[in-house]
Design a protein. Structure first.
Length: 104
């Protein structure tokens, strides 16, 4: 099971169905025809959730057995530090319940 289809997509779908404004974020770069497009910076969370009248929740998704690549560890730690310094929440989630708990 991939991280996107097994964890990220079900969490994103459930949040949107529950009325949250949530979106998937992609990092790195992508080739569109003959052009390269730069996406979000390395370490950016997989999902951003905007709860009503609250600051955003940033969600890094992983499968239950998922591991972070060594080169991503520092980038994710810096990203988490930055958003938490702004008063936002950051959570690493393997299931929807992890996200719902962070939204309380």
């Amino acid at each position: 099971m991939s991280e996107t289809s097994g964890v990220t997509r079900p969490i994103l779908d459930a949040l949107n169905k529950a009325g949250y404004f949530a979106m998937r974020l992609n990092s790195g770069s992508a080739r569109i025809g003959k052009y390269w497009v730069k996406l979000c910076p390395a370490g950016t969370a997989d999902i951003v959730v905007y709860p009503p009248y609250k600051l955003p929740l940033w969600v890094e998704t992983k499968t239950a057995k998922g591991r972070t690549n060594p080169e991503q560890v520092q980038a994710q730690a810096e990203f988490a530090y930055t958003v938490e310094a702004l008063g936002h929440k950051y959570v690493r989630a393997t299931k929807l319940d992890d996200v719902l708990e962070a939204l309380k």
